[in-house]
Ligand binder design. Structure first.
Ligand code: XMP
Length: 516
């Protein structure tokens, strides 16, 4: 792989995705890995990410200098560029000149890295420190008004760096910088794509599972739908898919799984009605983390129960069920600290929420993939667009969209409000504009309203439409007022106990996408 060294900002994931978009497989490693550990993974290229620190700060993240001696083509970006400069004997200075946002860069020397690019270009900057002197043996490739050394190269050692962020779309020719590095400087072919992933994963799943029997957790979301279809592709009827109706689903979701999904895949499906169990387990609980842990735990318990039942049946065939499919994605792995040592922001239901006494061996064919890659694989596997194109929906479902205790009554209210919001967004043709639109019930908040002739004392519904590329960062979506108005009118008219609809206008950070 190409290894993306994470210096602590969430840019590393974006870089890893962009590298894959260039047809080269990439993985993220923390900056604390040693040169030996890096070497042991046989990288064909290394990209050093940006980061939030200043290279002189006490405890600022560093990199084992041996990494630059491995002979592996390496590209430093922003903070990674400064680390490279400083480690190899250049100068990094704090000149008091900051650059943030769109900046004009000027190419001053021809190079492989910036080949084919206009001399003047618009790049995205975010830095306080700057490289004031390139290390010996390096050629300066570009500058900006504030930064004399905005990019450099040492072709002989195949070491490169840029101060700007080529991974963000605001850098006009950013992707081409990455592609030049990968294909031209490092000589890597563009041969990684969803077709290869399917073939590779099918092999891997067969090797892991052998002739064993496998259970799969279908949630109705994209991730579990695709991971299940992938495992079905690999082992056919050794797989039984189980759909737990935990009562935290949106309107119509159960039917979509039971009908459309089964029709398109031929997967053998068992539906378990666990609504009461979940509600009982959640009774009296308002704390978000506690809810997440309970839901995660009950999910696994429910599966274990199915397993027990199926084992009884399987006993006749002498074949227990040992494996469980999970649709864990790469961002879940990275965010839970499994990929990079970054902070654990929320315990994700399919990673952090697992109980320690888990009875299954996990099969996680999407563990190294990003969402857009999962969708591409789903399409290639022939899943219906209605499932593959679906907006993300969290594993803990509506349980983390009710701020306060989860009850059957509150779920009913939220389900109706959510169905209205979804229907109106679809009717307005906005599904592709938004990444997702959580609809949240503030169950512990009441406000006064007036409906008909009477005073009401009801709950607010929050609309949280967001635009995002990967859910790591997001901005609130500027939905047209008439669509908002329609949603608001319908919800307050049609959903009992709701007398107010409010719009969440917070980006991520600082707000997360979900409210809990
Ligand atoms: P946050 O709220 O952390 O959400 O900004 C980022 C993305 O992850 C989804 N999400 C989850 N998905 N299990 C999941 O499968 C979870 O526990 C979970 N929590 C949040 C959220 O909907 C958004 O797309």
């Amino acid at each position: 792989p190409v290894l993306v060294v994470d210096f602590g900002a969430q840019y590393a994931q974006l870089i890893a995705r962009r590298v894959r978009e260039a047809g080269v497989y990439s993985e993220i490693v923390p900056h604390t890995v040693s040169a030996e550990e890096i070497s042991a993974r046989n990288p064909v290229g290394i990209v050093l990410s940006g980061g939030p620190s200043s290279v002189y700060e006490e405890g600022a993240p560093r990199l084992d200098p041996g990494v630059f001696e491995l002979g592996v083509p390496t590209l430093g970006i922003c903070y990674g560029f400064q680390v490279m400069a400083r480690t190899l004997g250049g100068e990094v200075a704090n000149t008091g000149l900051r650059e943030y946002g769109a900046t004009d860069a000027t190419i001053i020397t021809d190079s492989v890295l910036l080949e084919g690019q206009p001399v003047e270009q618009n790049v995205w900057m975010s830095h306080g420190d700057q490289v004031s002197e390139a290390p010996a043996g390096f050629t300066v490739l570009a500058r900006t008004a504030a930064t004399a050394v905005a990019a450099f190269a040492n072709d002989e050692r195949r070491l490169y760096g840029v101060q700007w962020h080529p991974e963000v779309k605001h850098s006009d020719h950013g992707q081409q910088v990455l592609e030049n590095f990968l294909h031209k400087a490092a000589g890597l072919p563009a041969d990684w794509n969803s077709g290869n992933v399917i073939a590779e994963q099918v092999e891997k799943i067969r090797a892991q599972v052998g002739s064993g029997r496998v259970l799969s957790a279908l949630s109705g979301g994209v991730d579990s739908a695709v991971s299940t279809a992938l495992v079905h592709e690999a082992v056919g009827d050794q797989l039984t898919a189980v759909f737990i109706d935990h009562g935290l689903l949106r309107k119509g979701e159960r039917e979509q799984v039971e009908n459309d999904y089964v029709a398109s895949t031929g997967v053998r499906l068992i539906t378990v009605d666990a609504r009461e169990t979940f509600l009982n387990a959640l009774a009296g609980v308002s704390d978000p983390e506690e809810k997440r842990k309970i839901i995660g735990r009950e999910f696994i318990r429910a599966f274990e129960k199915v397993q027990a039942d199926l084992i009884a049946d399987a006993a006749a065939e002498g074949d227990p069920i040992r494996f469980l499919v999970q649709g864990t994605l790469y961002p879940d792995v990275v965010e839970s600290g499994g990929g990079s040592g970054t902070a654990n922001i929320k315990s994700h239901h399919n990673v952090g929420g697992l109980p320690e006494d888990l009875q299954f061996e996990l099969v996680e064919p999407l563990r190294t993939l990003f969402k857009d890659e999962v969708r591409a694989i789903g399409r290639q596997l022939g899943l219906p667009e209605a499932i593959v194109g679906r907006q993300p929906f969290p594993g803990p479902g509506l349980g983390i969209r009710i701020v306060g205790e989860v009850t059957a009554d509150r779920l009913e209210i939220l389900r109706e409000a959510d169905a209205i919001a979804r229907a109106e967004l679809t009717a307005a043709g906005l599904d592709n504009e938004i990444w997702q639109c959580p609809v949240v019930l503030l169950a512990d908040v009441r406000s006064v309203g007036v409906q008909g002739d009477g005073r009401t004392y009801g709950h607010p519904i929050v609309l949280r439409p967001v635009s995002s590329e990967d859910a790591m960062t997001a901005d609130w979506t500027r939905l047209p007022y008439d669509v908002l108005s329609k949603i608001s009118n319908r919800i307050t008219n049609e959903v009992r106990d709701v007398n107010r609809v409010v719009l969440d206008v917070t980006s991520k950070p600082p707000g997360t996408i979900e409210w809990e």
